[in-house]
Design a protein around this ligand. Structure first.
Ligand code: ADP
Ligand code: ADP
Length: 204
């Protein structure tokens, strides 16, 4: 689905990622682990096309279109950034509708315990609810690739399981799903762990 080949990135003097190789197969839920500052967010931003690597390449394969990652749409790649980044002027339901291209996603809102909040704007719900809405938005257009940065960081245990179940469902229907997480529950849920240390893949 997606291959990273020799991908590297520095911010000034700081080497955030040394040349990294990684493959994300369809149908798998992979979890990226590693200490804070090890390059997880940088890797996710590059994998999703929100950041350009200094070197190496990110190679999509079908069913992703043969496009640079930064040209992909919500129906190609669903992204949950650490910053969550919902559209503040839109209700939660309309955030999903925008990604889907039409109204919909009621069953995802239900699965993520958001139905009663669908008509509120992000500023009118909690951080955890915003985060679940961002997960719903990332999944609603059934993208082939899903990338989520710490998607359970603002959830209690019960809601973390709802988030992980939804991500698992996306993998089960054939998506490649890559999440960064410190959450041991997420690591247990994953098919594969990719461990980063100081910008390099240690295991995975
Ligand atoms: P993680 O997600 O594992 O905590 P990051 O990818 O956020 O790691 O960061 C890896 C390294 O790159 C860290 O040393 C961090 O300080 C640095 N870094 C990340 N983003 C930036 C940025 N925008 N500007 C400068 N340094 C950055
Ligand atoms: P609509 O409401 O317009 O019929 P759906 O919400 O049924 O749209 O579906 C939109 C997409 O969201 C589906 O293709 C599916 O991939 C995804 N989806 C729906 N429910 C879940 C769920 N519980 N977990 C993960 N993905 C889901």
């Amino acid at each position: 689905m997606l291959s990273l080949r020799g991908v590297c990135k520095s911010y000034g003097e700081a080497e955030a990622l040394r040349p990294v190789d990684a493959d994300l197969p369809a149908g798998e839920l992979a979890v990226l682990t590693g200490p804070s500052g090890s390059g997880k967010s940088t890797l996710l931003m590059i994998a999703g096309g929100w950041e350009t690597p200094d070197g190496g390449e990110v190679v999509p394969s079908p069913p992703l279109p043969d496009l640079p990652m930064d040209r992909m749409s919500w129906s190609d790649v669903g992204f949950v950034p650490q910053s969550i980044s919902l559209f503040e002027e839109l209700t939660l339901a309309d955030n999903l509708a925008l990604a889907l291209g039409r109204p919909g996603g009621g069953d995802l809102l239900e699965a993520l315990d958001l139905t009663r909040l669908a008509a509120r704007r992000p500023g009118e719900v909690s951080r955890g609810e915003q985060q679940r809405a961002a997960v719903a938005r990332a999944l609603v257009a059934a993208p082939a690739l899903v990338i989520a940065d710490e998607p359970t960081s603002h959830q209690d245990h019960r809601r973390a399981l709802l988030v992980l179940d939804a991500l698992r469902a996306a993998a089960d229907r054939g998506a490649a799903v890559l999440i960064a997480s410190h959450d041991p529950v997420a690591v247990r849920y994953a098919d594969r762990e990719i461990r980063l240390g100081a910008g390099s893949v240690l295991r995975g």
